[in-house]
Design a binder for this molecule. Sequence first.
Ligand code: FAD
Length: 382
Amino acid sequence: MPRSVVIVGTGQAGFQTAISLRSEGYDGSITLIGEEPHIPYQRPPLSKGFLAGKQDFETVLLRPEAFYPDHRIELIVSERAVEIDRAGRSVRLASGPRVLYDALVLAVGARLRKLPIENAFYLRTLDDSIELKERLERANDIVVIGGGFIGLEVAAVARSLGKSVTVVEAQSRLMSRSVAPIISEFYHELHTRRGVEILVGQQGLPHPADLVIVGIGVIPNVELALGAGLAVADGIVVDEHLQTEDPTIYAIGDCAAYPNPFAGARVRLESVQNAVDQARRVAASIAGRREEYRAVPWFWTDQFDVKLQMVGLSNGCDRVVTRGNPADGKFSVFYFKEDRLAAIDSINRPGDHMVGRKLLAGGIGVTPAQAADESVDLKKFG
Ligand code: FAD
């Protein structure tokens, strides 16, 4: 078992690796290094409850400060790792020192994709969210560029604060990369009904605004891995054990491109589930319990009072059936690929989501007809 583990990145993935190592019984040294000034915190509330003023700073933190020394986790914040010396098994920090490792976990996440628009605001970090909250208070006319999850969540918060909000989406429908047209339509209608102006198939600023917020996705942080000669392809390339070609170096979370058994391809996912489950798997491997990573992907988004929960991967699906009625504000969409269930998106139907996790994890099939028929109790399959 390695005697020292160094984790670069204090996001959800880095944090979870550290705590899971301890819960796996790993007794060696753990150093958790992050460039942000804060101790580890959650990102989802930054565009939801925290931004809306319903959650305070303490509830966003993943653990209180005392947790780290109590668990012998050496937490170094405001410090950037700038170089990996693979031969010498060390990481060089921007301030000079080198930290030696037996196992290194790259949990370096992703950074914002930007647009050439002056004074545009972007949301990724806790500090961004604190600043955005202040700016929202002062602004009246807000334009959100990007009709993906984060753009729409921010639009919903801003509208709930009584602001005039316009969302501009370049594609022909909302959240088009991730959901079926019926879900896009539901959200288009939801936002419109609540007073958000939605412009699809458009780019740039539709009119002058007090505040322009851009949410057009992220770019994985691969430079550290690249500098160490590790393979990179829209993310740091890892195998089914989340190991790079250097077996002492793992990569997890938003920065990692891994072979996903459900997709049958290498994918890079951006979700809390992905960060947490990959971290748990790597921690277990380091602690001596080596297994392939096979967790079922899932995700959620909250907009106004509507929760969308997604499980599985719907890309490349050839058939979609609906369970329940969108007009009731509660329904699920089941995605099939060559007649095999591949994903389920549930709107205000958490029961379908939980069943979906079991079905997909167990490789249990339901037919499109069964999925669409509400008299069929899917729990019996799971
Ligand atoms: P990150 O959170 O990006 O953490 C990586 C950390 O490493 C960063 O702090 C970065 O500064 C640091 N770092 C990078 N390079 C270095 C270096 N060289 N040296 C030191 N430190 C470095 N997911 C969901 O599932 N549901 C949601 O509702 C949801 N909402 C979200 C809302 C917002 C506003 C955002 C931004 C994300 C949301 N996500 C959501 C996505 C989810 O939060 C991320 O997928 C997850 O946090 C990724 O964790 P990570 O640890 O892999 O990466």
